[in-house]
Design a protein around this ligand. Structure first.
Ligand SMILES: [Zn+2]
Length: 252
């Protein structure tokens, strides 16, 4: 068996979806079209934007494009990378965590939201946003929309609010496995699908057997996917620590 969570493995995953008749698209593309079989390519650029450039280049080579959500923090927000990913035809969006950054102050948070949305719009006409759900933060960033409306900022959709996850099967690499969202603090959705996959190979097999739903959203964190041995090991060790912290929170 080959190592999981490498760029090569991700390429095999994408190819299995393409071979089995799925259109691989950005969130915006999904909203604007009616695809029979579709895999929405969502990427939360939590850190290491260079890794996102690599998945963006890989997808471009395969003739497909997805959505890349960037945070308003230095470990994610890299202007050169954002420009290059946009130039490859991908959608750019805002991975917002304004309530966390502004420590729960709603008025400051919405100003912060608007400021960073405007910055990103220098590079791309941003139409979708998506919350960053740090398990370490006491704030749920989606709460900002209890008081404000993202649609009044010319944002057409936010996956956590605007996707029916009973129709769209959600898979995420949270915890560096595909079934980690069961114990995730924030990155989870209500869904009737009773399907669960642990490794990327299992997902590839499911594509090949055509047993997956017709509409799927993948959410990957490209920092977790690397062909570089050292980076791959670092992410493994870090993830093990995080998983045990999450377990502790979850048990409480
Ligand atoms: Zn995130």
């Amino acid at each position: 068996m080959t190592k999981d969570f490498t760029l090569d493995k991700y390429e095999s995953f994408l190819k299995s979806a393409i071979t089995n008749g799925y259109q691989l698209v950005s969130y915006q593309d999904y909203l604007n079209n009616n695809f029979d079989k579709v895999l929405i390519l969502r990427h939360d650029v939590d850190k290491r934007p260079q890794n996102s450039l690599k998945t963006a280049q890989l997808q471009n080579k395969l003739g497909v494009a997805g959505t890349y959500y960037f945070r308003a923090v230095p470990e994610s927000y890299d202007i050169e990378v954002i420009k290059q990913i946009a130039d490859l035809g991908h959608e750019i969006g805002y991975h917002y965590e304004d309530l966390t950054i502004c420590k729960g102050d709603y008025e400051k948070s919405i100003i912060h939201f608007e400021k960073w949305l405007t910055k990103l719009r220098e590079f791309y006409p941003v139409k979708t946003v998506c919350m960053h759900g740090s398990p370490m933060s006491k704030y749920d960033n989606r709460k900002l929309w209890d008081r404000y409306d993202y649609k009044s900022y010319d944002i057409v959709a936010e996956p956590y609010f605007d996707i029916d996850f009973n129709k769209v099967f959600y898979i995420t690499d949270t915890g560096r496995k595909w079934d980690g969202n069961k114990v995730s603090v924030r990155d989870k959705v209500d869904s009737k699908f009773n399907l669960s996959y642990h490794s990327t190979d299992e997902l590839i097999e499911a594509f090949n057997k055509d047993e997956l739903p017709n509409q799927i959203m993948q959410n990957i964190h490209p920092q977790r996917w690397s062909n570089n041995r050292l980076e791959w090991m670092q992410e493994l060790v870090l993830q093990n620590i995080k998983n045990s912290v999450k377990k502790a929170i979850f048990v409480k």
